[in-house]
Design a protein around this ligand. Sequence first.
Ligand SMILES: NC(=O)c1ccc[n+]([C@@H]2O[C@H](COP(=O)([O-])OP(=O)(O)OC[C@H]3O[C@@H](n4cnc5c(N)ncnc54)[C@H](O)[C@@H]3O)[C@@H](O)[C@H]2O)c1
Length: 282
Amino acid sequence: MSVAPRLNFPEGMLAGQTAIITGAGQGIGAETAAVFAREGCKVVIADIDAAKAEKTAQAINADGGAAIAVAGDITVNEDIDKLVQKASEFGGGKIHIIVNNAGYAWDDPVEKIQDKQWETIITLHNTAPFKLIRAVAPYFMVKDGEPRNIVNISSTSGIYGNAGQASYALAKAGLVGLTKTLAQEWGPGYSVRANTVAFGAIKTRLTQAPAGGYVVRPDGTKHAVGFHGGYDEAEAKWASEIPLRRIGTPTDAARATLGVVSPLFGYVTGQTIMVSGGRGGM
Ligand SMILES: NC(=O)c1ccc[n+]([C@@H]2O[C@H](COP(=O)([O-])OP(=O)(O)OC[C@H]3O[C@@H](n4cnc5c(N)ncnc54)[C@H](O)[C@@H]3O)[C@@H](O)[C@H]2O)c1
């Protein structure tokens, strides 16, 4: 018979913790923030879209959670510093969780990709997460007995490749190496856990048919998102290729990330958790 206590978290699985979630103005990031908040976590909504970040934070606060919005571009050094400063103030001098989630793809076949396209995607998905992690080092290389987690959001494209997504696939694969290295550097001594969560098909603005939606590029220009044959347009086709026979929801995605940072995953680090309904391999 196990001597482990019955699992019960009356204050929530993340009570007393503070999380920074990038790209949390909408989509998977916003849902992750809401799910974390319901588990007692203070959440910092970091997004380049100030209005959406504010709206998400307000909704969480209205629901009884604790959230602040910090608008900024995650690829800009000063914005990263401001984000960490605000998060530290909000968390009473502590930051426990980073979810590097902000991102989008700028796709083309290899022979057509321009340098700017390439560099934008690598900067957004690799350099920015690295710089944020480096900036929070003083909050993670500590020995206060409290949990610390880094989650880097990847994609099945980074694990299996995806025709037309060379830059995105490279960047998402790169996060796997960053995560494993971090697990080896900050695990010993500080018990920091670092894991990658790789999503398959999750229904968000990013993956719907083009509907006039856009993200703001670091240089301020607008980048249209969505693609023909997106999950809403061709849902049945996509679902037929997924063992669980459905496209994932932002809640599916958010709950998986919650699971990874929760005490239930306390002995899991350096891993890539596939959240794809089994698509692309099992
Ligand atoms: N939706 C999917 O099927 C899917 C699959 C695999 C991986 N992902 C990954 O999940 C993450 C979230 O994607 P989503 O589907 O929720 O997309 P989304 O477009 O709904 O949300 C992305 C958010 O990131 C923000 N953002 C973009 N650039 C930013 C910057 N420079 N600084 C700060 N914020 C910025 C946007 O404003 C937006 O709020 C991304 O990293 C994406 O690559 C998504």
